[in-house]
Design a protein around this ligand. Structure first.
Ligand code: SAM
Length: 468
């Protein structure tokens, strides 16, 4: 680290900005945000600067820089982009001992301006020490994504209770513990979710509770992990996973996603292949309730979306009945993720005006399906868990009017590195599954759109079928 990071208080301080172009607009916007007393010197300025001047938000003097302009300024920015002028401003500022920043010229500057993430009271500043402003901006984008949108509101909320907490709780350690509990617990979650009156009420009761161990209230987040590619996790899901004390996960959640769990968090595998119910549903429900009641932040991590053939609804009911605070974070369901990955549009103006997600495996094995509705034209059927009933599916759809030659795509391990896309026809499904030895997880897509799946990936099976 070559530069000392610090935040300057510039409210009501005179700041000089030399230049009137785009770079000057960007600097002026930041300086106005911190309520600096801003003076702009430039013969001509961008209309935005002119408008701020008219509105009385800054003073604009329409002429070139003079050394006397530095008088009374705490800080000066030079953003003319003209080598000679920027050099002159830097030399004069250095001579007078005023802090100077020349845009894109670290060698002329006594301080550099970092890339900034601005969320109200929370500001994150990133510097690459002038090595690569573009890399610093990339990092800023990543941090922007990681921070909850209203983290600034949380900071303001916490600030509004600082005096009350200090007045009520003497010990520094006890105060620190309370802040940690609040930031990691349901109060902060309420603020971030916009439930401010709940949060205020809970905070007041927390402050007034006799000191001692805080019985943290547990929480379960039912989280969709998406179809397999870790990059298809939502930002909210990632945050919940990294925040969890315990992650209870299914077989469909792959290693790439499990690697995102905090190292010190407990992982509980509850399995579930059709033939192997590692932990029965009742056992899973008990686990969730028990850990939440013990004050843990539990993530129930499920493949795809928890509410699409995922039994998330049943778990939510049990948790609600047990009075456990629960939230649901959606995931990209297999149909959506696999279709995108295979380049297969589920609806299409020419071929399909509706799409149905259906399970090929009912409660008692046999699917409970309205075959006539599923077989209608201009319609895409996406069949989950259909492999073991491939023959039935194909026969029933044909019997209810779908043409045997209707295009079909089978997507195995969709969105993952070992994804396979097979393209064939409705009558050929059982043969496709058998001869290509398709394994779970796989989706069967029936409808004209299936023929649009990535030709390159579908080619192998199509060619084999035509040859046969
Ligand atoms: C119990 S369901 C869970 C569905 C999940 N909740 C979702 O929204 O995608 C499991 C079935 O989803 C489908 N599936 C899940 N992930 C898949 C993937 N990556 N590729 C293909 N099919 C997948 C398969 O049909 C698998 O048998």
């Amino acid at each position: 680290m070559n530069n000392f990071p610090a935040f300057l208080r510039l409210r009501d301080k005179q700041v000089l900005l030399v230049g009137g172009g785009d770079a000057a607009v960007a600097k002026a916007r930041l300086l106005l945000a911190v309520e600096a007393d801003l003076m702009v010197i430039a013969p001509k300025v961008h209309p935005e600067i002119a408008a701020w001047a008219v509105a009385g938000q800054l003073k604009w003097t329409a002429r070139s820089f003079r050394p006397s302009d530095l008088f009374n300024s705490s800080v000066v920015f030079s953003a003319t982009g003209l080598e000679q002028v920027d050099g002159e401003v830097a030399a004069e500022a250095t001579l007078t001992g005023i802090a100077i920043n020349v845009v894109d010229r670290p060698e002329l500057s006594s301080f550099i301006v970092p890339a900034i993430v601005d969320r109200g009271a929370i500001t994150v500043a990133i510097s690459s020490d002038g090595a690569s402003p573009v890399l610093a901006r990339r990092l800023r984008e990543q941090i922007e994504l990681l921070l909850p949108a209203n983290i600034g509101s949380l900071a303001s909320f916490l600030r509004s209770f600082r005096t009350a907490v200090r007045a009520k709780i003497d010990s520094f350690d006890a105060r620190r513990r309370i802040w940690e509990e609040v930031i990691d617990g349901p109060i902060a979650r309420d603020v971030l979710a916009g439930r401010l009156s709940n949060a205020r009420e809970a905070m007041v009761s927390r402050i007034n509770r006799p000191q001692g161990r805080f019985e943290g209230e547990g929480h379960v987040a039912i989280v969709g992990a998406g179809p397999g590619d870790p990059e298809l996790l939502t930002i909210k899901a990632l945050r919940a996973i990294q925040d969890a004390d315990i992650v209870v996960h299914d077989r469909l959640v792959g290693q790439g996603i499990l690697d995102l769990i905090r190292r010190d968090a407990q992982r509980i595998y509850v399995g579930k292949a059709m033939s192997d119910h590692s932990v029965p549903q009742d056992g899973i429900n008990d686990l969730l309730v028990t850990h939440a009641r013990n004050g843990k932040r539990v993530v129930r991590l499920k493949g795809g979306d928890p509410f699409v053939f995922g039994r998330g609804g049943e778990e939510l009911e049990v948790l609600r009945a047990a009075g456990v605070e629960t939230s649901v974070i959606p995931g990209i369901t297999a149909a959506i993720g696999c279709a995108a990955s295979a380049g297969l549009p589920l609806t299409h103006r020419d071929f399909a005006s509706a799409v149905t997600f259906v399970t090929g495996h009912g409660v008692d094995g046999e699917p409970d399906v309205d075959w006539a509705a599923l077989a209608r034209p201009q319609h895409t059927a996406v069949i989950y868990m259909g492999l073991s009933r491939a023959s039935t599916l194909s026969e029933k759809l044909i019997a209810h009017g779908r043409s045997p030659g209707t295009p079909v795509a089978i997507i195995e391990n969709g969105t993952m590195q070992n994804e396979r896309v097979l393209i064939g026809t409705l009558s050929g499904i059982p043969d496709m599954v058998r001869s290509a030895q398709v394994g779970a997880p796989a989706l069967i897509v029936v409808g004209e759109v299936a023929a649009l799946a990535d030709a390159a990936r579908g080619l192998a099976f199509q060619a084999a079928q035509q040859a046969g």
